[in-house]
Design a protein around this ligand. Structure first.
Ligand code: UDP
Length: 237
């Protein structure tokens, strides 16, 4: 397998073509951004940690039968994935109130939600990723509504798998964001990354934040926190 031209560069990752038309290499950068790129910093080694965490989580999800783009980890900063066209709808699952949910609905951070909440956002930087419901998605022609239903169903399954996985490490899965794509043969698969950049994770006892909120709100050394998280996830049991 040979790496070819750059297909796309985002805020935290670069996607390269390969000599196989249906496979891409995803390269994890150290760039860290928040608030739509207004706060930006390079945090040495972050890409290595996020590739390791994402790979570990995608391996678990593949094993549990969730359709994902992930094929294998190639190197410290690279994973091999199925080439997909990303659907411009981000799916967020929440177990506890935090972030935009607390701001939007006035519910205090850390409030346990009676059941997991699934929200959909339009992936659109210029418009700051607005919250959209099925009617908006249909009207704006962002995605097929049957695909959206499937994405929400898969997101709830992923939530159950990851909640249990993190609970075994004494970590609370507060919320997370998923992105989906379509393979050239039209299959819907989970794509992008699943890392502390895209999840909120708290120590179950101390409620210490083990995710990008540490960077967003200057709560400490992000690299140290991400390293601690990776170590806990790699521990047996
Ligand atoms: N999230 C993300 N990318 C985005 C927006 C949100 O990965 O563009 C993640 C975020 O890290 C959190 C969850 O999705 O785990 C819910 O984010 P929220 O809507 O609360 O937005 P925020 O507070 O980050 O503005």
């Amino acid at each position: 397998m040979e790496k070819r031209e750059k297909l796309y560069e985002g805020k935290a990752k670069i996607v390269y073509a390969t000599d196989e038309p249906d496979k891409v290499v995803i390269y994890f950068k150290d760039d860290t951004t928040a608030f739509d790129g207004v706060k930006k910093e390079e945090i040495g080694g972050k890409g290595v940690i996020n590739n390791a965490i994402s790979s570990l989580i995608f391996e678990l999800l593949n094993k549990r039968g969730i359709p994902t783009h992930y094929i294998k980890k190639l190197s410290a900063r690279e994973m091999l994935a199925k080439r997909v066209e990303i659907i411009p709808v981000e799916v967020v699952v929440r177990n506890f109130a935090s972030g935009s949910f607390t701001r939007r609905y006035g519910i205090p951070e850390g409030t346990k939600l009676e059941k997991p909440l699934v929200e959909t956002f339009w992936k659109n930087d210029e418009l700051h990723d607005p919250l959209v419901c099925a009617e908006h998605i249909e009207l704006l022609k962002l995605a097929d509504l049957r695909d959206v239903e499937e994405m929400k169903k898969i997101a709830l399954q992923v939530n159950e798998i990851l909640k249990a996985f993190f609970a075994a490490k004494n970590i609370l899965l507060v919320d997370f964001k998923l992105e989906f794509g379509k393979t050239p043969d039209g299959k819907l698969v989970l794509a992008d990354e699943i890392s502390p950049d895209s999840c909120r994770l708290w120590d179950a006892e101390t409620k210490k934040k083990l995710d990008k909120d540490v960077f967003r709100h200057d709560l400490g050394d992000l690299r140290e926190v991400y390293n601690e998280l990776l170590k806990r996830l790699q521990e047996e049991g």
